[in-house]
Write a protein that binds this ligand. Sequence first.
Ligand SMILES: *Cc1c(COP(=O)(O)O)cnc(C)c1O
Length: 433
Amino acid sequence: MICDNLSVSEKGHLLFAGQDTVEIAEKYGTPLYVLDEDKIREKCRAYKRAFARYFDERAIPLYASKANSFRRLYEIMTEEGMGIDVVSSGEIYTAYKAGFDLSKAYFHSNNKTDEDISFAMDHGVGCFVADNIEEVKAVETEASRRGIRQKMLLRLTPGIDPHSFEAVATGKVDSKFGTAIETGQALEITAETLKTEHIELMGFHCHVGSQVFTEDVFERAAVIMLEFAAEARDKLGFITRELDLGGGYGVRYVDSDPYLDIDTKVREVSQAVKGACRRLGLDLPEIHMEPGRSIVADAGLVLYTVGTVKKIPGYKNYVSVDGGMPDSPRYALYKSAYTIFVANKMKEPCTFKASVVGRCCESGDILQEDVMLPKSVGRYDTVALCTAGAYHYSMASRYNKIPIPATVMLRGGDESYIAVKGETLEDLIRNDL
Ligand SMILES: *Cc1c(COP(=O)(O)O)cnc(C)c1O
């Protein structure tokens, strides 16, 4: 199995977090987002433990909200002692409503509006991560108006290609994100920021990409960032107090994806960081990373019910389910690989090749092409799309006026509860005048 929270029961049903997914689908209806609360907590603890062990007590992981964001999740992040990163007023508001201590929030995005900046300051967001010089100026203006000093990191691009896929590679020089070190602009923006009166520059941030498996990408990024920190010290007299190395560790969507051990990965980064600090004569800054996917992805799946099965002899077979790209857009967006099971037929051999598709009027509404399923797959079977805890609910749309499904949380081996209600038809027209 691609993740240790998946198994098969005597009956041949898919178990997730020890619970029967077919029964969960019956109880709550489909399509349904399902999250394994214990797994989320386990991942948070793995990061926290590794950070404390390999860096120091100042180093805390920041959960990247964009992977999945709703009130209950921020309560869990509070309980687990995590920091968060946020990229919009909407994420700030959701965390705020969950009672999350926003002084532990880092505010990203490459284009913060004046409203966002003001909203974040109103709610006491601890640290802004400025993407470019215009943002620095906008934050300075607002902080000055309020008579405060705003903590800030500068997002830099270390010029690294993480060899994941293009849509999620963000650390290259030509990226829309951050300010490039290579072009000299990073040093300029640092100098400019240091001239402001109402910004307290804490250090630097980078994020090289997502779903990254490539050896030593984070280590190389860390070294480049620390070399820049040394340059900023030598040329500007600036002492870097914080270094945020972003998110991006890959997770297993299919059997061929490797398994990354959080403890090992954090240890490797820490060795690179500490080695570079020694070599460059820098004190170890407060280190952060921003895991999103690797905290919630394999803690989630989407359950569907099969409708029609269409066989086109000599061509292709289609299995249609009662959801699709509105709840799970990643295949439509970038052809992401997934593992799909027929959850009530786990003991049958998979000899039927089919594409699993959604119900939207869009031929790109595909969950996965050419997967192997049991030959008897048919109406009312339950389908599970695995590793779907990240970038599903948070990317959901209401295309074709399809309501966004509920999120159910599982915990303790036998408990389940609704964390986000499924939208109703009435919700779809709530704002229509
Ligand atoms: C997307 C993103 C993350 C999280 O990436 P994952 O691949 O989900 O770990 C962290 N930081 C920033 C700035 C991001 O844009």
